[in-house]
Design a protein around this ligand. Structure first.
Ligand code: C5P
Length: 290
């Protein structure tokens, strides 16, 4: 018996860091939007232990891979010792700020629970997800959401009226950014490290209206301070996108992906073509937002 599941990604419409906590993590408020661009995971019972195969040779297939770590914690928590083969077809870029690895981990927890007849309750799955990473719990559900604390406290929200039918353009520059590096380097930018709480709620209110132009000023990412300082090309990407009709241009998560929001998917596709003519060799994708 086998089970195939799609593993989506996300963008952060807002990522407002509030302070560095004593445990080294950062308290933040974030507004996350699911993006329908997918990796694929296939789960099969059989063999011994956890065997992962991955389409991308750059990814390790041992415990360094979040899929394997998710499966290990799943089996430790359920007390079962089944053999499982997992195939990961990677399409979402790595170290991109799109949560691809976190989504793979969440999809593995959901997939194994389904494949093995639900040995774990949803609360147990949630606890494992939180241990795996701050972004993993978001991917246990499929709505836009407010993320609090270190991002793992997820409050699902209704789809945003202001984004309905808009075009989303994603641009990955071909290099990644290390998330711990981005957080560590926030120390050099005190105002980005100590953001004012409440920006998430303000943006959510604006996104509930039908007016993206008014909401556009509320999109914000504290981690742009260190990342755009190190990679000024990403600032040039945003300037080009805004000069050529994007309503919003921002970095997602800890980067390196830049996203732009446009009036329609057709305009996102056209903007992507203009962008590629100026900046070749980037990974570019466009979708319609729901
Ligand atoms: O939670 P996750 O494992 O995805 O976090 C990766 C790294 O990002 C952490 O080790 C930490 O350096 C940083 N981080 C943080 N504050 C957060 C989330 C992540 O400092 N709220």
């Amino acid at each position: 018996m086998s089970l195939a599941l799609k593993s989506p990604c996300k963008i952060n419409l807002l990522l407002n860091i509030l302070r560095k906590q004593e445990d080294g993590y950062h308290e933040l408020e974030t507004v996350m939007q699911p993006v329908p661009i997918f990796d694929e995971l296939e789960f099969q019972r059989g063999g011994t232990g956890i065997q992962l195969r991955c389409s991308d040779p750059a990814l390790p297939t041992d415990s360094r891979n979040l899929v394997v770590r998710a499966a290990e914690l799943f089996f430790a928590s359920s007390g079962t010792r089944e053999g499982v083969r997992i195939q990961l077809e990677k399409r979402v870029p790595l170290a991109a700020g799109l949560g691809g690895g976190s989504a793979n981990a969440a999809t593995t927890l959901r997939g194994l629970n389904q494949l093995l007849d639900h040995p774990l309750a949803p609360e147990q799955i949630g606890t494992i997800a939180t241990r795996l990473g701050s972004d993993v719990p978001f991917f246990l559900q499929d709505q836009p959401a407010l993320g609090l604390h270190r991002g793992e406290l997820v409050q699902p929200l209704e789809a945003f009226a202001a984004l309905h039918g808009k075009g989303l353009l994603l641009i990955h520059p071909g290099f990644g950014v290390s998330t711990p590096w981005a957080y560590r380097n926030l120390a050099r930018f005190p105002s980005a490290l100590n953001g004012t709480p409440g920006r998430a709620r303000q943006l959510i209110e604006k996104l509930r209206t039908n007016d993206l132009r008014t909401a556009a000023g509320g999109f914000y990412n504290s981690l742009e301070a260190p990342v755009l300082d190190k990679h000024p090309i990403l600032r040039m990407f945003q300037e080009f996108l805004l000069a050529n009709g994007a309503l919003v241009a921002l970095m997602s998560g800890s980067g390196s992906t830049t996203f732009a929001i446009t009036e329609t998917q057709a305009s996102a596709e056209l903007l992507g073509k203009q962008f590629a003519a100026k900046y070749p060799n980037c990974w570019i994708a466009h979708v319609e937002l729901k």
